[in-house]
Design a protein around this ligand. Structure first.
Ligand code: TRH
Length: 368
């Protein structure tokens, strides 16, 4: 089948990140994909040519004279170009899917799979179908490539050897002492990075922090400039990694700080302890989304562990009444093996839900 995936890059890397993973997953399952995007620049590092599966064509948003394929995916309500939509008017129009943002809130189950007739414009008379990713059986599930969990398990079976090798081959640095804890840092600007680094530095345990480009690098540089002699904390600035190597980063680290949508999902599949910086929205609705996700992810965890991890997540997101980051819970849970064990248990629950591409194909072929 031929899929047309439309992506507008609003800000950051999440829109293109999700659309690329979706396109690559479809292509790896034998589909042909045209990815229409208004700014493909991030793909140069996120999905460099040698890592691109055959079967995906990246097209400029305004590319002309292309007949629509069998399925049109409009990511995040991005409104495909009028001329393209007009061409969808044919006796057997393509299936038109609006792929929505990810949320753990209950209403997602009610809206997933709904049809919306298009009343005006070049698509008048056609219908769009709302497809919601999610965390329950009654949603569209999460992107999870067919070989992902097996690859992750192979890494986990020999974790230390894999991560040491990854560090030297990818970043050209040798493995730190075995008692070193590894952290990855990917966040938005308001994250209390300096307070966090301060707490890690004073904990006494050697710590390697792998810092992604952008806000995380800027914030950690500020801290380092003010603390040039902090000896137990090593900050290593990363180049932009391909999505595949970004996954490996999350597999390698004992604690992952992730953000937005796609990296947050990849942290779930990594199954290591993580803290999520949710995309902050002006109207504050992200607070409810964060609560909904914490409820699902930490369901079944020991009460004391869940309370500590929740407190950390709220602090990291600036959603605790106290404005400063409270690191007391961090010092407790960092050494608590139940955090990793509980994360794995939650991951297992999610892995039992059919993945998004499997569900999408089922929906398009026979599920509507
Ligand atoms: O970049 P983000 O903050 O994207 C956000 C969110 O998706 C948000 O919900 C959306 O509204 C907004 O964009 C427009 O975070 P996210 O979703 O994790 O996307 C980052 C992508 O970048 C993800 O696919 C992983 C990838 N990435 C790499 O491949 N290599 C890297 O080195 C890094 C740091 C990220």
């Amino acid at each position: 089948m031929l899929w047309d995936v439309f992506c507008r890059v609003i800000d950051n890397f999440g829109d293109i990140g999700v659309c690329w993973r979706l396109s690559a997953d479809l292509a790896n399952r034998g589909h042909s994909v045209r990815l229409w995007v208004d700014d493909a620049s991030a793909l140069e590092w996120m999905a460099p040519e040698p890592l691109r599966p055959p079967g995906i064509q990246v097209l400029d948003w305004d590319a002309k004279d292309q007949e629509p394929g069998d399925i049109v995916i409009e990511a995040f309500g991005c409104n495909p170009p009028d001329a393209f939509v007009a061409r969808m008017q044919r006796p057997a129009p393509p299936v038109w899917i609006n792929l929505e943002y990810l949320s753990a809130e209950n209403w997602v189950e009610r809206c997933h799979g709904l049809r919306s007739p298009v009343m005006s414009g070049p698509g008048a008379g056609l219908s769009k179908w709302f497809f919601y990713p999610g965390f329950t059986q009654a949603t569209g599930g999460l992107l999870r490539e067919t070989d992902l969990m097996a690859a992750r398990q192979a890494w986990e079976a020999d974790h230390h050897r894999h991560r040491d090798r990854w560090l030297s081959s990818m970043l050209g640095i040798s493995a730190p002492s075995p008692d070193t804890r590894w952290l990855s840092l990917f966040c938005y600007e308001p994250a209390p990075v300096e307070a966090m680094l301060e707490a890690l530095a004073t904990s006494g345990q050697p710590t390697l922090v792998l810092v992604t480009p952008g806000f995380a690098t800027a914030l950690s540089r500020q801290w380092q400039a003010a603390n040039p002699l902090a000896s137990t904390l090593t900050l290593h600035e990363l180049p932009p990694l391909s999505q595949r190597e970004f996954d490996h980063l999350l597999w390698a680290c004992d604690l992952n700080m992730v953000r937005g949508e796609d990296s947050a999902v990849r942290a779930l599949w990594a199954g290591q302890p993580h803290i999520w910086h949710i995309y902050p929205q002006d109207d504050g609705v992200h607070a409810g989304k964060l609560e909904a996700f914490m409820d699902r992810w930490m369901s079944g965890w020991p009460d004391d562990l869940a309370a500590d991890v929740r407190a950390l997540w709220l602090s990291w997101n600036g959603l605790k009444p106290a404005s400063t980051m409270d690191f007391e819970p961090l010092s407790r849970v960092l050494h608590d093996p139940r955090w990793a064990a509980s994360s794995r248990a939650s991951r297992q629950r999610l892995a039992e839900i059919p993945d998004l591409v499997t569900q999408l194909c089922g929906f398009v072929l026979n599920g509507r």
